[in-house]
Design a protein around this ligand. Structure first.
Ligand code: GLC
Length: 481
């Protein structure tokens, strides 16, 4: 079984968000199941290869915008799992990420490579990820290749609207498909929508999100189209890979790496004490590092993520913190960058309560891990969350999630078991749930510790998910989907 995984980002070479983590860990789990999976990505100037060797595999010409463009294919073995990564180099289109042309050209190049068998690797399936790779399924059809395609939606909010001229550049006739003609009227082409229409199967990164996107509330305008695809849409929860990366960060950090249950399988009672003691120390270290009041007496909650007001629930988070912070009985750490207005609003809270809130407006994975290792709770008030990896990472470090019941959050958190979910998207609901959680933290240590153990014991490894994907691949190849 041969799979080509096309994606626009991959950790550690070029990482932007959660998709970059998935691209690192997911193919590795499939490889362990015996699937021959390879990854392809543009070779942007910003790609950091570090000490990893690249090997030039071949050169080819890709026709785009009426010209034959030179493309070089470099192979690099992924440093953490040895999965082959094919970097496609072209100065004009792939050096810098510039929306339409970069991704249209990349998609064309991927399909041409397969068509010309330039890699000596003929995939049974091309798995496309998000709008960046949305033109691949149509191009596969246009070229009548005997290959199946999957469109994996990591976030329906980003659809990749591009000018219709892209179709000319790709050499696709406007009149070929009814839907294309319809889009022509709007003079725009929607890459993700094309991917959804033409792929043989669509997957989302959690079962709940697969249901949600068929509703008006979450469908971002594509709900009807998605409903029409029912039976071909599959929700498979993402995993995390508890690989060496976290240990690596652990070594660099001031916080000590809090060991996981796998490292103290037997006699957890004894080890739990040890674990909690480490967490207590980590909390003091982090409080000092960030200038917060150093004490074990106050609950420390964190928010880690892109500051994206449309998705991440910044409004209800800010309002909730504003309401509870003046008692000086709670502490918060914010880590993430994005929307400047929201940065200012959180910064304002810091001006009044510098010992109770720490704002870190940057992308810093090392610090993120320290925060996981030190916090009692992780707040995830997202309005929608296709999967979310931070609740799983939080639990991996024994940090209890408090989250909105949506998407992958609903599929990975159980209230009073390994976290807390609130139903209505409102600051009141968030606050009530937060206060309930803190009450348990303060007054019912036994229950809280039991929840920490459950969180540590919940299996979010990719192995389970990879099996589900392999089944899907098998069905697609055998033609039963
Ligand atoms: C996107 C989604 C997030 C998901 C990630 C990886 O960033 O917003 O929920 O976990 O993709 O699939």
């Amino acid at each position: 079984m041969k799979i080509l995984f096309a994606v626009w980002e991959i950790d550690p070479f070029f990482k932007f968000g959660g998709l970059g983590d998935v691209a690192r860990a997911f193919p590795a789990a499939l490889k362990d199941l015996g699937v021959d999976i390879r990854i392809t990505i543009p070779f942007y100037k910003a790609v950091k290869l570090g000490r990893n060797r690249k090997k030039l595999l071949c050169r080819l010409r890709v026709e785009y915008a009426g010209r034959k463009e030179k493309v070089e294919i470099y192979e690099v073995a992924h440093p953490l799992n040895n999965v082959p990564v094919y970097f496609l180099k072209n100065k004009k289109y792939l050096d810098i990420v510039s929306a339409a042309d970069t991704f249209a050209f990349f998609d064309k190049a991927v399909v041409d490579i397969v068509k010309n068998n330039s890699l000596d690797f003929q995939p049974d399936i091309i798995q496309c990820n998000d709008h960046h790779t949305g033109m691949i399924p149509l191009l596969v059809k246009e070229n009548k290749l005997n290959i199946k395609t999957i469109m994996t939606i990591h976030n329906l909010a980003y659809q990749g609207f591009n000018s219709k001229e892209v179709l000319d550049k790709l050499g696709i006739e406007h009149t070929k498909s009814r839907l294309i003609r319809w889009e022509i009227k709007r003079r725009q082409i929607n890459f993700l929508m094309e991917g959804i229409i033409h792929a043989d199967a669509v997957t989302t990164v959690s079962p709940t999100y697969a249901q949600e996107i068929m509703t008006e509330e979450f469908g971002m305008g594509l709900e009807e189209l998605l409903r029409g695809k029912e039976g071909r849409i599959f929700g498979i929860l993402n995993g995390i890979s508890a690989d060496t990366r976290y240990k690596y960060h652990g070594k660099l950090n001031t916080c000590e790496f809090v060991q996981r249950k796998s490292e103290f399988k037997n006699n957890f009672g004894e080890h739990l004490k040890f674990f909690l003691e480490k967490k207590r120390k980590n909390k003091l270290l982090l409080q000092r590092k960030l200038g917060l009041r150093a004490t074990s007496k106050l609950p420390l909650s964190c928010f880690i993520g892109r500051l994206d007001p449309a998705q991440k629930g910044l409004d209800i988070l800010h309002k909730m913190i504003r309401k509870v912070i003046d008692s000086e009985d709670n502490q918060f750490v914010i880590l993430g960058s994005g929307n400047i207005d929201w940065q200012k609003r959180f910064e304002w809270l810091y001006k009044f309560y510098p010992k109770y809130i720490s704002c870190n407006f940057k992308f810093d994975e090392g610090l993120a891990h320290e925060i996981y290792e030190a916090s009692d709770f992780i707040l995830i008030p997202s309005k929608f969350e296709p999967c979310g990896l931070i609740q799983m990472l939080g639990m991996y470090f024994g940090t209890i999630p408090i989250a909105h019941r949506t998407g992958g959050l609903a599929d990975s958190i159980k209230t009073y078991y390994n976290g807390f979910l609130f139903d209505r998207y409102s600051s009141v609901a968030l606050r009530n749930t937060y206060e309930r959680a803190v009450e348990i933290w303060k007054k019912d240590r036994k229950k809280f510790e039991e929840m920490v153990v459950n969180a540590l014991n919940t299996d979010f490894s990719w192995d389970l998910r990879a099996k589900e994907y392999r089944e899907l691949y098998e069905k697609l190849i055998s033609g039963s989907i």
